[in-house]
Design a protein around this ligand. Sequence first.
Ligand SMILES: Cc1cc2nc3c(=O)[nH]c(=O)nc-3n(C[C@H](O)[C@H](O)[C@H](O)COP(=O)(O)OP(=O)(O)OC[C@H]3O[C@@H](n4cnc5c(N)ncnc54)[C@H](O)[C@@H]3O)c2cc1C
Ligand SMILES: NC(=O)c1ccc[n+]([C@@H]2O[C@H](COP(=O)([O-])OP(=O)(O)OC[C@H]3O[C@@H](n4cnc5c(N)ncnc54)[C@H](O)[C@@H]3O)[C@@H](O)[C@H]2O)c1
Length: 467
Amino acid sequence: MAHFDLVIIGTGSGNSIPGPELSHLRIAIVEDNLFGGTCLNVGCIPTKMFVHPAELADAARHGRALGIDAQLNAVDWKGIRDRIFARIDAIEAAGRAYREGPDCANVSVFAGHGRFTAPKHLSVSLHDGGTEVITAEKFVLAAGSRAVVPDIEGLLDPGVTVHTSDTIMRIDALPASIAIVGGGFIAAEFAHVFSSFGVAVTQIARGPALLRNQDRDVSEQFTQEAAARYEVLLEASVEQVTAGGSGVVLEVKGPHGHRTVTAELLLIATGRQSNADSLGAEAAGIAVDDAGRVVVDEYQRTSAEGIFALGDVSSAHQLKHVANHEARVVQHNLTHPRSMMAADHRFIPAAVFADPQIASVGLTEEQAGSQGIPYAVNTQRYADIAAGWAREDTDHFLKVLADPVTGQLLGAHIIGPEAATIIQPLIHAMSFGQSAHSVARGQYWIHPALSELVENALLGLPEPTGG
Ligand SMILES: Cc1cc2nc3c(=O)[nH]c(=O)nc-3n(C[C@H](O)[C@H](O)[C@H](O)COP(=O)(O)OP(=O)(O)OC[C@H]3O[C@@H](n4cnc5c(N)ncnc54)[C@H](O)[C@@H]3O)c2cc1C
Ligand SMILES: NC(=O)c1ccc[n+]([C@@H]2O[C@H](COP(=O)([O-])OP(=O)(O)OC[C@H]3O[C@@H](n4cnc5c(N)ncnc54)[C@H](O)[C@@H]3O)[C@@H](O)[C@H]2O)c1
């Protein structure tokens, strides 16, 4: 049995913890899969590497209204896929080699699955055979989450091929058609990518709109545009899946009765669940909540002494920037036990990299209303700022919510070009407590840039009443 000062389970954001500050510690890193975790290998990075070529492929659609008559001749899927994964796989291999190499002499890498058998006893089933039990003073659980595959009749039958985001990006050829089950982030981004590449997409969502966690106006606008681009079945549930035709046959129940959907490929995008269960958290005395996530306090401490957790394994916000922030907090708290820092979860932004793009931070209008929080609201259309007008963008907008007394921002929701970039000054204002009008008038805004959307949205809010 080997003993360490610190064991880290998971090499997503967990891999950023060992550094010069911890060079005096004997550290074990346990990784059951690809080095670098979800974001690098099967998440944020490869998806966005597909999104950019998708935008280029789809440019002709947007050009038409502005007098550009272009067409997409071909998509070299294999070339795109191999370029993307050649770059990613090299980073994965280099990351593992770095941690195993002489530059990290205090770090031991265990390739295998870790499971607690007793408090601070982790049994690692090694990939190259055998089991090793490791113990430590401190542990960091950074084991992430995994795709959920719902219980649908026939889904697991032999002959039915089911893709999740883990596998869909490595397929050998573009299908003629794809059925995508789910109405959230992953479904939106892959529907955009495949549709842009000329694949016939059918998206099946159980709710009455797509991206229902967004502000309602954003969700409705997105749903309308998605439905104009590809087939969207709402309030629909897949009752049965069989192998057939050139791929799968889905029996779908919807508001207007039964529909049979056939597609070459099937992508399931119905959420992700914490990997706390496969860690054997209970055996280590680590509390897990009803959603299956490790419970943490503001310092990212679990209920077990000396055990911290971060990222998807413990967070309801399954976002890389959240996992990274929490990793920084855990790293600080490991080295400063007497002056721990709390994680800052006040204003967590997120973006959907589809077309149109979406970005949001803070309260939606519905949340402010249902929580009885007074708010002033302004919706600024892209069409009414110079850069949006020039593009003839008539559909998209930024909605801002602010405290009517202080002018502090409560929420911001953008649907439209460059939303993920444009939103940043609003995240900044919320994080640093700057009021809407001081942000709007306390700086220059480059003319005629899309960022004037923010300036005008803020100026359109009523002057705060004081306080
Ligand atoms: C398709 C997709 C696109 C995404 N796009 C974005 C995006 O654009 N922006 C964004 O902010 N977020 C995005 N996310 C979410 C983001 O990837 C995650 O929130 C983030 O990667 C979580 O990091 P983590 O360190 O908590 O876990 P992970 O990166 O998942 O790392 C956990 C690691 O632990 C390992 N592990 C698990 N259990 C064990 C065990 N018992 N023993 C040993 N090892 C174990 C796993 O193999 C994994 O490598 C996306 C996710 C997906 C799936
Ligand atoms: N751009 C980004 O930041 C980005 C991109 C992709 C993923 N992610 C992260 O990954 C997480 C997982 O993404 P996701 O799209 O899988 O989850 P999600 O929570 O965004 O959406 C899940 C969807 O599946 C539906 N669903 C759930 N169970 C179902 C069932 N049994 N049958 C049919 N539909 C069902 C839900 O109604 C919802 O529409 C997201 O929560 C997000 O945090 C982020």
